[in-house]
Design a protein around this ligand. Structure first.
Ligand SMILES: Cc1cc2nc3c(=O)[nH]c(=O)nc-3n(C[C@H](O)[C@H](O)[C@H](O)COP(=O)(O)O)c2cc1C
Length: 331
């Protein structure tokens, strides 16, 4: 007879019934869908992000006076449309409703590019009952008069300012595109990040070669980015005093096991739920449970980090970036 296993874990001090979090996306903006996620065994949910620009536009009540100079190209048009269906009032109301009708941690999410008055909204999320906040900070380093250090300082100012405004835990979701990733992520934790979410999947462009138009590369890319995340989770596990949440490319219970072995405290899944439905959370949970039973692990802490960079016999396996030696002789 198979032994019962305990999937519970902690993330930024929050108690989770399982390490499987539904990441920020269009599915996490509705009460009914989030209730379904809880029923299927999600440990927590990160709400669809509210955009910094959206907060500014709504709080300024001055749509018409704003122009594209503040925002990245096209953002204003998008925000004008988006705010009609998703105001920040609705956002805080959703948090309040969720706190009354669900029992899993609700993590608010803000997508931001600068440090400004919009951070007050972080406090409003907290007041509405959010258990934690995830900041998705995405700066595209295209200014040729700015050094990488200046860009990094911008991230740090944002993290510090938000942290000053809230007392709930703060997670920071970023891309891997920093010149000195370990150092920079350490600095983010010293600045107040309680967790790092590795890695954000950015919007990417494509070209429609028949119509000569720049288009979207599409976002539902199941499995994309998994191995890069695995590498950096394993390395960061031994380099930061913060929790780690793995996101990108996680589709199955086996993937969850791998990220936990590398050292993740939690994992976030998104694209696979668009493709297979919210019920897929149950399958992922069952696969994780089955693996733990077969390997006789009773709780997550029994194997978390067991295969991190520091704990494996050959840590170089995580550092290898050139294929030459590996594929020598393969024609
Ligand atoms: C349709 C869609 C909407 C998303 N919206 C957000 C968002 O508002 N904020 C955010 O931080 N990430 C957003 N993401 C990124 C996801 O949270 C996740 O990090 C990314 O999709 C990689 O995980 P996956 O491979 O499981 O999809 C979105 C992803 C998708 C597919």
């Amino acid at each position: 007879m198979k032994k019962e296993v305990d999937l519970s874990c902690t993330y930024m001090g929050l108690q989770l019934k399982s390490p499987i979090i539904v990441g920020s996306c269009g599915l996490t903006n509705s009460l009914e869908k989030i209730q379904q996620m809880e029923e299927c065994g999600a440990g927590a949910v990160v709400l669809k992000s509210i955009f910094e620009e959206q907060i500014i536009v709504e709080t300024s009540h001055a749509y018409k006076e704003l122009d594209d100079s503040y925002m990245h190209s096209g953002a204003l048009d998008y925000i004008k449309n988006y705010t009609e269906i998703a105001s920040y009032e609705k956002y805080t109301n959703l948090i309040s409703q969720l706190k009354k009708s669900t029992h899993i941690p609700i993590i608010g999410s803000i997508n931001c590019v600068s440090d400004g008055d919009w951070v007050n909204f972080a406090k409003r999320m907290q007041d509405a009952g959010a258990d934690a906040l995830e900041l998705n900070i995405s700066l595209l380093p295209i200014d040729d008069d700015k050094t990488s250090k200046e860009y990094e300082e911008k991230y740090i100012r944002i993290i510090r300012h938000v942290k000053e405004n809230i007392s709930i835990p703060l997670a920071v979701k970023i891309s891997p595109y920093f010149s000195s990733l370990v150092k920079v992520l350490q600095t983010f934790t010293y600045s107040g990040a309680n967790a790092l979410v590795l890695f954000n999947r950015p919007y990417e462009p494509d070209i429609d070669i028949e119509n000569m138009k720049v288009t979207s590369a599409g976002i539902h890319k199941e499995g994309k980015g998994f191995h890069s995340v695995l590498r950096w989770i394993s390395i960061m596990n031994d380099h930061v005093d913060a929790d780690l949440s793995a996101t990108s490319g996680i589709v199955s219970g086996k993937d969850v096991v791998k990220q936990l072995l590398a050292g993740a405290d939690t994992v976030q899944i998104v694209s696979v739920l668009y493709n297979k439905g919210i019920g897929h959370i149950k399958t992922v949970r069952e696969e994780l449970t089955d693996w733990m039973q077969r390997h006789q692990y009773q709780k997550i802490a029994d194997f978390k980090g067991k295969m991190s960079y520091k704990n494996v016999q050959d840590p170089n396996a995580y550092l290898r970036v050139q294929f030459m030696k590996y594929f020598a002789g393969i024609e």
